[in-house]
Write a protein that binds this ligand. Structure first.
Ligand SMILES: Nc1ncnc2c1ncn2[C@@H]1O[C@H](COP(=O)(O)OP(=O)(O)O)[C@@H](O)[C@H]1O
Ligand SMILES: [Mg+2]
Length: 152
């Protein structure tokens, strides 16, 4: 497939989670993903956008711009996704990425968001600056491969 990109900007509202997830799914369809790959991508995008909605702007709607940007590219058979917010940022990214770690367990958060992104995508990188915001970068190779190739 020819290189392509998608850029979306939306408010950090819960109703935009499904929209963002389905937009990425539609965008990567030309790569002919398997159903399981599609489901993995949708789950990972949902988790990242949910985090931007729930954690990035705790003082919303008073002070913060509450903008979320989603950027996707495809290059050959690789889908690259970036989800960026301009929220409070994460002080200790390594700690935040530990399975079951959550700063809001009281709000029914499982602490598994980053663990799911890591498990369902081939690559996950989180760049965050306190007071500036967070960028989550994820990558996944899509398409129908032989079993041996997929296990690599
Ligand atoms: N975009 C973000 N902005 C600020 N903090 C975040 C963001 N994403 C994640 N975090 C922090 O990382 C923690 C772990 O995230 P996650 O693994 O998705 O678990 P959960 O969302 O269930 O708390 C969150 O509890 C939160 O403190
Ligand atoms: Mg989460």
């Amino acid at each position: 497939m020819k290189p392509n990109y998608l850029k979306l900007e939306f408010l950090s509202l819960p109703e935009n989670q499904a929209f963002a997830r389905d937009a990425v799914a539609a965008f990567c369809l030309p790569l002919n993903p398997t159903l399981s790959q599609l489901s993995d991508v949708k789950t990972a995008v949902s988790e990242a956008v949910t985090n931007a909605v729930i954690h990035a702007y705790p003082d919303w709607p008073e002070e913060n711009p509450r903008k979320v940007e989603l950027r996707c590219t495809v290059n050959a058979d690789v889908l690259h996704i970036e989800i960026e917010d301009q929220g409070i940022g994460i002080a200790d990214v390594e700690k935040a990425m530990e399975p079951l770690f959550s700063t809001c367990p009281d709000k029914d958060r499982s602490g598994m968001g980053f663990a799911f992104m890591e498990a369902f995508m081939d690559d996950l990188e989180v760049e965050s600056t306190v007071g500036k915001g967070t960028i989550v970068r994820m990558e996944k190779k899509l398409g129908h491969f032989s079993w041996a190739e997929e296990e690599e």
